[in-house]
Write a protein that binds this ligand. Structure first.
Ligand SMILES: [Zn+2]
Length: 205
């Protein structure tokens, strides 16, 4: 397991990769590049890559949170109580159209991901934890890297992850993201506002 804590006190940002063990080959080097030369001036950044010896279970399935990696993930959230929470995943390029399918919610019950550019996708985290482990004002974010990915996709992912690492609140992050990707952020917010409204009558990313 890869584990680094930079800085101290709040706000706490928790970045997790290796949620699905076989994704680590791509996601761990991204985290290593991301924290290289980074200076956290306020709060802390906790960067973790979980074990690779874990069979694949979707985080949309409750059984995931009973698996070794799932339990570890819940422990980390419990221990650090992050106000800013990021999951870094990868997906096989063949799966791209399923992940951004506008009918994804009808088909599997959760909103589609939104493409930033170069097949780098963003969305919220599993509703199973978004609604129970975090507060409304927290920032919960998933970044999906395509496998394989281009050099440009890597630069985009690093830029987004660094920008979140150096932000202190949900508002600050959304402002930066909106500036760079106005249409995409509008789409994500619309998808998740509608989705969570049905569940809890509240709206969040
Ligand atoms: Zn994954």
């Amino acid at each position: 397991m890869f584990f680094k804590v930079l800085g101290s006190s709040n706000p706490t940002r928790l970045f997790v990769a290796g949620i699905h063990g076989d994704e680590e080959a791509i996601t761990r080097p991204i985290f290593e590049m991301m924290i290289k030369d980074i200076k956290i001036i306020s709060g802390r950044l906790v960067v973790v890559s979980l074990s690779r010896d874990c069979p694949y279970i979707s985080t949309l399935n409750e059984a995931y949170y009973d698996s070794t990696n799932g339990k570890k993930l819940l422990e980390l959230i419990q221990e650090y109580r992050p106000g800013i929470y990021v999951e870094l995943h990868t997906y096989k390029i063949d799966n791209h159209s399923n992940l951004i399918d506008p009918d994804r919610r009808k088909k599997i019950g959760v909103p589609p991901f939104t493409e930033l550019e170069e097949k780098v996708l963003i969305g919220s985290v599993s509703p199973l934890i978004r609604t129970s482990k975090f507060r409304r004002e927290d920032f919960c974010f998933t970044l999906e890297m395509p496998d394989p990915h281009s050099e440009k996709a890597l630069k985009i992912a690093l830029h987004i992850l660094r920008s979140i690492s150096l932000s202190s609140s949900r508002g600050e992050i959304l402002e930066k993201l909106r500036e760079q990707y106005p249409l995409q952020i509008q789409e994500v917010e619309k998808n998740f506002r509608e989705f969570f409204k049905d569940m809890r009558n509240i709206s969040f990313f």
